[in-house]
Design a binder for this molecule. Sequence first.
Ligand code: PMP
Length: 385
Amino acid sequence: MSNRITNFGAGPSALPEEVLIEAGKGLLNFQNTGIGIAEISHRSPEFDKFIREVEENMRTLLQIPHGYKVLFTQGGGTAQFSAVVMNMLAKYRSREGMASDQPIMDYVVTGSWSEKAMKEAKRLGGGTVNVVVNAQTTSVDGKKIFNHIPNHDSYKEKFSQDPALVYYCANETIDGVEFSDDLNSPFSFPFNALPEKAPLVADYSSSFMSRPIPCIERHAVIYAGAQKNIGPAGLTVIIVRDEWANVMDSSIPLYLSYKTLVDSRSLHNTPPVLSIYITGLVLKRMLEVGEQNGKAKEQALGHYAECAYRKASKLYAAIKEGEARGIFKVGGEERLKEFVSGADRRGMKGIKGHRSVGAGIRISLYNAVTEDKVDELIRYMKEFA
Ligand code: PMP
């Protein structure tokens, strides 16, 4: 019997136990090479074969169209805040008949992470930042908060005509708001409002591989850290359309350049071998679990989307029920502490809200958090109430 706790943390987050057991074997002996995965050369034929399979499985699961590269790098979402700006501005400058030497970068700000990315673009310079929409509002107690996705009407005539990039964050991990993946919803990303050729950049860090990505083909760059749904920290995945990964100039550090990663097949320098390995095991398992649940490989992600929807619906229903009875509004600091320590005693951890938004509870339901764990949490919530 495992003595592992339930990890509701926002990232790094829970990984499937079966994968961790398998990874333990790989740490001692990677694919019968007699050498552990943390010790083997990233240039060995065995690892090269492995990383190609990781890419293939990711392509299958996400249904990534032809004409896109899948790149593996380090530095997390934070490095990409800078990398996207540098790569996209270089691409803009390389265009013939470039429209402006002060290119505009359009940022859709719906939470703390897109705000951080926008601030980094401002800091780096090389272009002008246009905040298309800023969803920040003031709460009843006077705090500046992000609590909603603006509807489609909010973007009318707000996008620039020829931007170097248009940026958004699909799921704001700190603030708990995300774009709907139902394109008929007014709270989906407003793909139809974009100028036809505007290069779209999306931070998918916290919803990556939990469900299909809508309109992949409309994006120039999609990136995500692995440490939520698919692996340990240390690996960042970039999905980039070919034409946005073929420029290089002296303004881009070699390491942050998409072209460097493309030309070296993600092996310009030593990659995060162990993170790639565990991610590879998670993806393989996702395909298997999908199959066990009657999904073809191409639809395996649908299984995870259904699970995520069920888990979230249950939890929201429990919260709503509590709110209706006035339970989750009363309390304050002391009650909150009591709730967290009670959960802790029951082996449920990682539920405290992000330090930047003050106190509160945050429950993250990544792929490896199983439905029975959500049921357990709901039982505790009711008991506590
Ligand atoms: N974007 C989002 C949506 C995130 O959730 C995070 C991390 N939680 C980041 C960016 C930053 O990622 P990293 O810590 O890997 O740099």
